[in-house]
Design a protein around this ligand. Structure first.
Ligand code: HQG
Length: 324
């Protein structure tokens, strides 16, 4: 949404749902404000055309005009006491509520309470619930047995813009949704690999690559438990090339980080979230490279226009060239 529309929508939420008094606006008992009065009192540049654009284009249809467009109100979300004149309705059998994991302990004791608002808000779908939950922290989706609540006499209301509302959801009608129920893909396994871009000054500036069966790569490898990034990078460098820390000057101002999602053999061909961290090491004197796990190695001219791998090395070289 355009910035000015968002700003206006936020302003309207404030004065039509929560604090009309901040601009001295009066709402009637059904939540309606007089459009002319609102435009006159708004402390921002706001005209009728803008108001109409927000009402029409708002992503959640948060506001409505009356038929003559002389009055405007929020469709739901009020903390002030207004009577939207909604009739109780039969809800779908299941509804959802998006909250944050940190509220779970309290919710599991008291159920869902309306807090400052007039109602507890429920949605028809899990995507909406997840977005609302994410505004408060790590999202947690609750599944509400709305059909059973209705049968037992709880009254549900449906706002003009499709939000289901109820005074309270007791604990025995709600439960946490599992990832499987939410059909979310399982969390990706995370893998971290650290290495060193080794640079030497020979006939010209060059960097070191090692030969893998199907590609070239810098010396790097997986981080071990409780290992720091630096320690991992230096260990891998030594194991794969024989270069020791004392052979190099590690640039304290350079750290490259990149995350991508390759498929991994060791995880049965599943995708993983892989983060590569690379430091920059300048060799102090000539060293003999001793490869242990690789068939061969090469020193590549610093300015070479060769492409190696778009996922890591090319991005790394770009950053290192800018840095040096
Ligand atoms: C939580 C949006 C601890 C509740 C949507 C929520 C929505 C508890 C927070 C509208 C609790 C209140 C409302 C308990 C409930 N213990 N925490 N017993 N019971 N809570 O902002 O639902 O985009 O008042 O889970 O359309 O997040 O703004 O309500 O996390 O209808 O236009 O207390 O906001 O509209 O937070 O959002 P909120 P909400 P807009």
């Amino acid at each position: 949404m355009r910035k000015d529309l968002v700003r206006t929508s936020k302003f309207l939420s404030l004065v039509l749902r929560h604090k009309p008094e901040t601009i001295g606006l009066r709402l009637d008992k059904n939540g309606w404000a007089d459009v002319e009065e609102l435009l006159a009192k708004a402390r921002m540049s706001l005209d009728f055309a803008m108001l109409a654009e927000v009402v029409e284009t708002n992503d959640k249809k948060r506001f409505s005009f009356n038929a003559e467009k002389t009055k405007i109100r929020a469709n739901q979300g009020h903390s002030i006491n207004v009577d939207l004149k909604l009739e109780p309705l039969r809800p779908p059998d299941v509804l959802y509520h998006g909250t944050a994991t940190r509220f779970w302990r309290s919710i599991s004791e008291k159920g869902l309470i309306k807090g400052n608002r007039q109602y507890v808000h429920l949605s028809k779908d899990t995507d909406t619930a997840e977005k609302i939950g994410a505004r408060h922290g790590k999202p947690l989706i609750l599944k509400i047995e709305s059909g059973r609540m209705f049968q037992n006499g709880h009254r549900f209301f449906l706002s003009e813009n499709g939000v289901w509302m109820i005074a309270h959801v007791p604990v025995n009608y709600l439960k946490k949704m599992t990832d499987a129920e939410n059909k979310r893909p399982p969390r990706l396994q995370k893998v971290k690999s650290c290495g060193v871009l080794c640079v030497r000054d020979a006939s010209c500036k060059q960097f070191l690559l090692l030969r893998h069966p199907h590609r070239w790569d810098i010396p790097k490898g997986h981080m071990e438990k409780n290992e720091s990034e630096h320690a991992c990078a230096l260990r891998e460098l030594f194991e794969e090339t024989g270069i020791r820390e004392r052979d190099m000057l590690l640039d304290p101002d350079f750290r490259f980080e990149h995350t991508y999602f390759p498929k991994y053999k060791r995880f049965g061909g599943e995708r993983v979230e892989k983060t590569v961290i690379v430091f920059l090491g300048r060799l102090l004197s000539p060293v003999q490279i001793v490869t242990t796990e690789h068939s061969t190695f090469q020193w590549v001219d610093w300015q070479s226009s060769q492409h190696f791998s778009s996922d890591t090395i090319d991005k790394l070289l770009k950053k290192a060239r800018q840095h040096m």
